[in-house]
Design a protein around this ligand. Structure first.
Ligand code: SF4
Length: 336
């Protein structure tokens, strides 16, 4: 992929603008976690001085940006992670151009509108070009939302497949045409599938997992992930013609209360029996676990990951006990 055309992103941003500007968006998190070199990216960050107790994603993003020679990054300075500030500054000293983008915490429409306008100005695109890009991306998103529906309603898509397609919508894997073809192929393939026998219906909350085999592990234990909360938000699961409205409805960058509403609604709709709350080591979002436990009325298991690796023995045991507990609970309910 062409060097200067590639623009890194530290989390979901109005990617319509990058496509309208004929750039190649590159979600640095996805590149990091999908690469076989992921541990080398971390080592690279630690070698230049990133502390061991910094989140693995931040170090991974640094490693990817430097190793892949990404010259420009859109960095979300509000609504994602305060570590991004220092990361951006380090990258700037290494010659990477940074465009800061801020989601207003209070979901102020005017402030978000200004941020989007500023980004359009920076990348030299008009509202009409962005609208055109939005129409295309919305068509792809609708297909990915069908994959999501096939996961929870028909049971023919696995939790990992669901995760993969939803999480990829942040940058459409850098090429919306190829990604749309991949989605189309997948949709025709799953048509012939038969739903597996019933499993325990699980929801996954929190940032995408740094574990490499979480979904396989849960399925091996008889669980079925039918809701990937944040990944689903990346796919903008709401219909609107207005780009500002779209990024206001997107829950992840705002307060936990916007997320809570969405989680509660989906837990009911998808008949979820238990939730896995994934938290990243050294992440401030761990504190939000308190609110999730207070506000959500289904059993929650919180698990923590640090570096990219298969699930460790202790976490596997906890997942096993959790799924087993949910199975007993379900049986008690059926025979009551
Ligand atoms: S997991 Fe937490 S600490 Fe790490 S980048 Fe995301 S928000 Fe920041």
């Amino acid at each position: 992929m062409g060097g200067e055309k590639r623009v890194g992103l530290t989390t979901t941003i109005p990617v319509e603008i990058l496509f309208a500007a004929e750039k190649v968006p590159a979600d640095l998190n996805n590149i990091f976690i999908n690469s076989l070199e992921r541990n080398m990216f971390l080592a690279k960050a630690e070698a230049v001085g990133f502390p061991r107790n910094t989140c693995g994603w931040i170090k991974g993003i640094y490693g990817v940006t430097v190793e892949e020679g990404i010259g420009e990054v859109v960095a979300v300075t509000q609504g994602d992670c305060s570590n991004t500030h220092a990361l951006m500054e380090v990258l700037q000293t290494e010659g990477v151009r940074i465009f800061p983008f801020a989601y207003p915490y209070d979901q102020d429409r005017n402030l978000l509108g200004l941020q989007i306008e500023k980004m359009m100005g920076h990348f030299g695109v008009t509202p009409a070009q962005v609208r055109e890009a939005k129409e295309i991306l919305d068509r792809v998103r609708t297909k990915v939302q069908e994959i999501d529906r096939l996961t929870w309603q028909e049971g023919v898509v696995t939790g990992f497949e669901n995760h993969y397609f939803l999480v990829s919508t942040s940058d459409m894997n850098g090429d919306w045409r190829k990604f749309e073809e991949e989605v189309d192929r997948f949709l025709s393939e799953v048509k012939g599938r038969r739903p597996p026998s019933d499993g325990i219906r699980l929801g996954y909350l929190g940032v995408p997992p740094i574990f490499t085999d979480l979904y396989e592990c849960l399925e091996g234990l008889g669980g079925r992930v039918v809701f990937n909360e944040v990944q689903r938000q990346f796919s903008m699961p709401f219909s609107t013609n207005d780009i500002v409205e779209q990024y206001l409805l997107y829950t992840y960058p705002y307060s936990i209360f916007a997320r809570l509403e969405d989680i509660k609604r989906e837990v009911r709709r998808r008949e979820i029996e238990g939730l896995i709350h994934y938290v990243q080591a050294f992440c401030f979002r761990q504190i939000e676990d308190i609110i999730l436990r207070r506000e959500i009325n289904v059993p929650i298991l919180s698990i923590e990951g640090d570096r990219p690796s298969p699930i460790d023995a202790r976490t596997r045991l906890r997942l096993e006990s959790f799924v087993e507990m949910l199975r007993h609970r379900k049986q008690d309910w059926i025979y009551r």
